[in-house]
Structure formats: C-alpha cells, structure tokens
Ligand binder design. Structure first.
Ligand SMILES: Nc1ncnc2c1ncn2[C@@H]1O[C@H](COP(=O)(O)OP(=O)(O)OP(=O)(O)O)[C@@H](O)[C@H]1O
Ligand SMILES: [Zn+2]
Length: 722
C-alpha cells in the first residue's frame, strides 16, 4: 500500500490521504502518526471506499506518514461499529473514533510514569492556595495537572508544594498485569430458573454468534449471579466480557461481588480513572489481557482484542443515552457491537424498556425470565398514601403514616430509604417581600438551594452563588424563602422527627466517585446508617438485606413535564426503588405518597399488574406512532444571539423536505430555552419506522448554511425533550 486514507483524531476534519513510505507497512485498522500542518496527530488507516474523502489529493502532493504505533490494529468489527455509529447518530466519524482511542498516553510506549502525592509534611507558612491544594488532594495521587484540577489551583501551585517537600514524586509502573478472574473460584448453587437462564446464555457464548437476550428478572432475583455464569463461560473460552453499568457509583458494589465470585477484580473503565489507570486499562483491553471489563457507556467503544460477551445491566436506564457530543444510546450501540463482533449481548433489567420488550415481542430478542426473588426473600408489599386525605402538617413533606412506619422501622433496628428525585434543599428560592425568584443567568432554570454547601446552584450549567443576605430586587433583608423540598430538606425533617436516627443523603453531590460509593455501602452494611434519603442514584443495583422500608416522597413528580416516556419512567423508577426493600429475610414494605392514587402508574405498582400497564402504554405508543413504532429526531439550533438562533431555525424549518410518512414540528423555543448562555430552538422530526431519516436529515441540513455562531445538533432517537 503506497497511499493510505487516514481518519485523524480531529472531529473537525474528514479523512485525509497520506503517502506510506516504502519501508513502512500499514493496513486498514493500523494506528498511525500523521503530519497535520506543523503538528503530528494520531489516526487510524481506513478502507478508502468506506470513508469517502471530499478532497482527493494527487499522489505527488501527499505527505508521508510519520510512523505506525506499536499497537494492535483497530479490528474490522470495531471499524464497522464506528462507521455505523457515525452514520446513525449523524456524528463525525473522528468523534466516534476518539472514544475507541480514549487514552492518548496509551498510544505512547514507556512503562513507567511519574505521579505525585502528598507527603504529610505541611510547610510552615502556607498561602491560602497551597492550603486549599493540600486539603483537597488528601490521599489522592496523580499527575501534576490532575492534582491541580482536583485542588482547583494552577499547576504552579502544585509544583511549589513539590519544592517545599509537601508533595513528592512517585514512580509508578503503569502496565502492571491484571490478575485473571477464575471462572471456578466460587460458583453459586443456582436456582432452577437461574440455571435455565444461565445455560441458555452460556450456550450462546460457546456458539460465539450474535444473539440478543433480555434477562428479565424481578428485583432481587439474582440477575447478576446468573449472567456471571455467562461471563464464566466466556473466561473458559479465553474470550473477553464487557459489562456496562449506568452509573459509575454502581461500579464499586459490582467490583466486590465480582471479586467474591471470580477471586480477582475486573478491569474498571469510567471517567473517574486517573490518566495512568486509563492507559493501563486501555492497553490491557487492546492486548486481550483484561479479561472482564466493567464500565460506564464509554467502555463500549474500546478495542477489545477477543470480545466474547456484552452485558448491559439495568438496561432500561436512560443514563445510557449520551446527551452531549456523539448523542448515542449505549444500549442500542451495544447490540450493534455484538452484531458486528458476532457475540451474544444480554440486556438485564427488572423493568425493561418498552423498546426492548417490543424486540422480544417481534422475536428479535430472546427473553429469559426470573419470576421470583432468590432464596426466602419475598417481593415487598406496596401501599399508597393519598396526600389529599392524609397530608403532612404545614411546611412538612412526610405524611403521618409514613412517619409512623419510619419510626417503627428505626426502632426495630432496621433501615429505611426515602426517595425523592431532587438534589439540594429546595428547588426554588423566592423573596417573600417582592416575589423575586432566583434564576440562573445562563439557563432557563431556577437556582437550587444547597444548604450543605451553602450556595445556590444551577443544575444545568453548574453556575453557583452564595445565598444573598438580601433580595437583589427589593433589597429587603431576611426575606428569602425556600419553596418545596429537595433531599436535604427531607433529611432535616427526618432529623427533627427522629433525632436519634443516623441519616445519610445520597445524591450525585455526595456520591461523586466510586470511592464515595464504596464508603456509603460499607456504612450501610455495618448498620451505621438508619435512614437514607436519596435521589435516583440509590434506586437501583444496591442490595441491603436490613433495608425493610421504602418511602416514595412524591410519586407524582416524574409524571410532570409529560414527555413520551414519563409514565414508563415513573413506573421503572418506583418499581426499582421499591425493589430495594425486603431483599433479605425480613419482609419489605413500600409506602408511596401521591395525590393521584388512581393514576395507571400507581395502580400498576400497587396491584403488581405491570403487564396491563405496559400493554396500555405500548398501545398508546402504537397509536401515536411513537417509538418503537415510529421514530423521532430532534434538531436543536442554538446561538448566543437569540435572533440568530431563531433565524437559522426558521431557515431550517422552511427548507424541510416534504416526504411521505414524515412530519416536522417547529421550530419552537426549547423548554430549556436558554442553556449555558445559548438560546435554543427545537425542531422535531417524526417519521415512520422504515424511513431512513438520517439520510433525509443529512441531505436537508447539508444543503444549508448558517453563521459561525450558530450550532446545529441532531439528536436521533431523543430521550430528553428539553
Ligand atoms: N444462586 C444464588 N446463590 C447465592 N446467592 C444468590 C444467588 N442468586 C442471587 N443471590 C443473592 O441474592 C441477592 C440478590 O441478587 P442480585 O442483586 O443479583 O439481584 P438482581 O436481580 O440483580 O436485583 P436488582 O435488579 O434489584 O438489582 C444478592 O445478594 C445475591 O448475591
Ligand atoms: Zn445555568
């Protein structure tokens, strides 16, 4: 090959052609270093006919490739996945490739790196910046720039501390081998249901052919133990297994269970990894030495050497949908990857998405059911509390009957969980005197009070401010009131009602790393927490046998806003949180506070008749032509200039092609009309299922242009309608 087409790691560029020097050998998939202007950039050699270039350059004007990397090539199945993802989600192929080559340092050689950590020696005179750095760094270790980011100081501050001896350099061997998990370490005795499911999945792993499974088991039925057997089979065949989890907070309990079953830890992949850990994991994945990988959605695009199985746990979770950059759905892409790799994929869930159930219905996915909890544990009883009849006293949010149940539970030495999907203390702060409401200056959103950190915060852009002493509008002092509850306020209420109880707040603010999650699990298991007040973060995955009471503070919250999946999502969330109760020997009880005990979602939960609820939901989707029976794509037009955004959106709207079976709604201001300082207009494309909307949209938008300040993003199969 004397000429090579290369996809460079630069999303703004299409593929470029290079000359391959005579002594160099490259083939499609080779990872290479290429010149670009005065710089050099990594990229991957691609089949020219699969990746058209819009600027063909004559042989005589080609520049030479610099060198190939000493790494295994990106294999054909992953190349096909990258093409498919870029094509389906209308994303630049290089942006998808970047997720495969997700560690820049992994590409370079060298087997040691220098990291830094605190020595414990504290210099006599500390500037406030240096003090802050040492406090925030604590026991953490990392590169200078990583520590600087953790401490929120400049690199210079860290270097200064190194000179003073407060921080020291440590040499780390970055490519230490990972110990192989042992499939026969501690296999459990499976129940009959579990064994049947495990055998079906294991057979598919052995057959090494594409087959999608829905592992549909009630909460606490032992889905994890069951798919572990399929992983064991992959290990016996010397194939790699990938397990995707929806939140990194769930990785930690998973790691412990995995280690108990297989004797060694799997390799973890998530955004909280240090650069050296990321590098070590990437290289082990690419060499095949990493046998089992557990990770967040980004683990999906890594270059596994011998992938044999993919598991998507809690597969119904909407956090598998990426909302920025390449807006892909990891559950759907996981199925595609399994298809290209010719391996089975297991979607595990107690509350499968309607999209997934439909695939079972039409015979594309095979369903494996676990109908009861493992061992002696029973499903919890679910009762409603009608908030119109049994309301809490003024200024409080827990109904008397919930308080009574909570008091009993704690008195018996058992644990309780109160679920409210709202971070912070109160969702809205206003001035009692003039009615002024605190809004984010950058977003169409209220500033949320966080009392634990004493500030108001925007949950969309991260803007924070200290709570002002006076109203900025009328300048009266002591007039600000908190409206409505968040988890912190519920925790305060519990503390006031049960002063002896040990209360823990669990949200992404308190459980922001796997280490924090591990700490929480340890405290729960040691019985050092009586009452957990948490958001959706605690609704899934956890197994606490002594947790016997679950209170849903506001079951109606999820039904507001009314996007197409609101009812389904509410059902899933409440069924999942209810599923945390009574997982051990003691029976569980769930109390659901609602103003609408007759709503179909609530009735389905109480009667346990999920089937009728799902059927009704599915029918209404079918009638509306909503997914999975039809498809949507959102076009989001944004600009810092409101008029410019509107103009561009109108231009796009006017140019909409007339196509049978397709309708275009809007443009209209998005519900989040301003986000991070950008004004947003939305168009919604609704099409019949068989229509190739991607090609339609590509042609439609490709023919238009807009000013530089305008950004146009396409969200195919959107989950967020904000
Ligand atoms: N065959 C088995 N032998 C021993 N223990 C088991 C077995 N199956 C399940 N368990 C235990 O039962 C508990 C519940 O199992 P697991 O957490 O896998 O359920 P799950 O179906 O994943 O639940 P959820 O969907 O609620 O997360 C765990 O403590 C698990 O170790
Ligand atoms: Zn904001």
């Amino acid at each position: 090959m004397s000429r090579a087409r290369v996809l460079l790691l630069n999303a703004a560029l299409g593929p470029l052609d290079y000359r391959v020097p005579r002594e160099m050998h490259v083939a499609p998939g080779s990872i290479v270093l290429a010149p670009l202007g005065p710089r050099q950039l990594a990229g991957v050699v691609w089949e020219a006919d699969r990746m058209p270039s819009d600027a063909e350059v004559g042989d005589n004007r080609l520049r030479n490739l610099v060198a190939p990397y000493d790494l295994p090539p990106i294999a054909a199945p992953l190349r096909r996945l990258i093409e498919w993802t870029a094509d389906y989600y209308l994303a630049p192929p290089a942006a998808v490739l970047r997720m495969a080559l997700a560690s820049a340092s992994a590409l370079d050689g060298g087997r040691t790196a220098i990291e830094y950590r605190a020595t414990g020696r504290v210099p006599e005179r500390l500037t406030p910046q240096r003090a802050q750095a040492l406090e925030r760094i604590g026991e953490r270790q990392g590169l200078v720039r990583e520590l600087a980011a953790i401490a929120d100081v400049s690199d210079g501050v860290i270097r200064g501390l190194v000179k003073l001896g407060a921080i020291e350099a440590v040499k780390v061997a970055v490519d230490d081998p990972f110990l192989p998990p042992d499939p026969d370490h501690a296999p459990p005795a499976l129940s009959a249901d579990q064994r049947a499911a495990a055998e079906a999945m294991s057979a598919a792993v052995t057959a090494a052919a594409f087959q999608p499974f829905l592992l549909d088991g009630v909460t606490g039925s032992g889905k994890t133990e069951t798919y572990f057997e399929a992983i064991a089979t992959a290990l016996r065949h010397d194939r790699q297994a990938l397990v995707l989890l929806p939140e990194i907070a769930l990785t930690e309990p998973f790691l412990k269970r995995f280690e108990a079953r297989f004797g060694h830890l799997p390799v973890a992949w998530h955004s909280d990894l240090r650069s050296t850990q990321r590098r070590r994991a990437w290289r082990a994945i690419a060499s095949g030495e990493a046998r089992v990988v557990v990770g967040a959605r980004s683990a999906l695009f890594l270059p596994y050497a011998r992938l044999g199985l993919i598991v998507v746990d809690e597969a119904h979770e909407t956090s598998f949908k990426q909302e920025e950059g390449v807006m892909y759905h990891a559950r759907d892409v996981a199925v595609m990857r399994a298809r290209f790799e010719d391996v089975p994929v297991i979607l595990a869930s107690a509350t499968p998405a309607i999209e997934t159930r439909q695939m079972v219905e039409i015979g594309k996915y095979r369903e494996l059911k676990l109908a009861s909890r493992y061992g002696a544990a029973q499903m919890p009883t679910i009762e409603t509390i009608d908030m119109t009849r049994d309301p809490p006293p003024r200024g409080r949010w827990l109904a008397p009957s919930l308080v009574a149940a909570l008091t009993d539970t704690v008195a018996r030495g058992e644990q309780a969980l109160l679920f409210l999907n709202r971070r912070g203390y109160a969702p809205l702060t206003l001035c009692r005197n003039c009615g002024h409401r605190f809004r984010c200056p950058n977003c169409t959103a209220w500033m949320v009070e966080h009392r634990l950190t004493a500030r108001l915060a925007c949950h969309h852009c991260g803007h924070v401010m200290p709570p002002p002493a006076a109203c900025p509008e009328c300048h009266e002092e002591d007039v600000l009131v908190a409206c409505g509850p968040g988890v912190e306020r519920i925790a305060d209420e519990v503390a006031a009602l049960l002063p002896e109880a040990r209360v823990a707040i669990v949200t992404s603010d308190t459980l922001w790393s796997p280490a924090k999650a591990a700490e929480f699990v340890a405290r729960m298991e040691a019985g050092a927490i009586d009452v957990v007040v948490g958001t959706q973060l605690v609704t899934k995955g956890y197994h606490f046998p002594n947790l016997t009471l679950v209170g849903v503070v506001d079951a109606d919250l999820g039904l507001q806003g009314g996007d197409l999946r609101a009812a389904e999502r509410s059902f899933q969330q409440i069924a999942q949180v209810a599923g945390r109760a009574g997982r051990g020997e003691k029976p569980g009880r769930v109390l659901v506070q609602t103003r609408e005990p007759g709503a179909p979602v609530i009735e389905a939960l109480v009667t346990g008749d999920a089937e009728s609820f799902y059927q009704a939901e599915t029918e209404s989707r079918r009638e509306a032509g909503a997914p999975p029976f039809g498809r949507y794509a959102a076009i989001i037009v944004s600009s810092e200039d409101q008029g410019e955004a509107l103009l561009a959106a109108q231009t796009i709207g006017r140019a909409a092609p007339e196509i049978d079976g397709m309708m275009v709604f809007g443009p209209a201001p998005a519900p989040l009309a301003m986000l991070r300082g950008r004004h947003r207009q939305r168009l919604l494309v609704h099409a019949r299922r068989a229509l190739d909307v991607q090609t339609v949209i590509r042609d439609w938008l490709g023919a238009l242009s807009w000013p530089r300040g305008v950004r146009v993003a396409v969200d195919v199969d959107p989950y967020s309608f904000l």
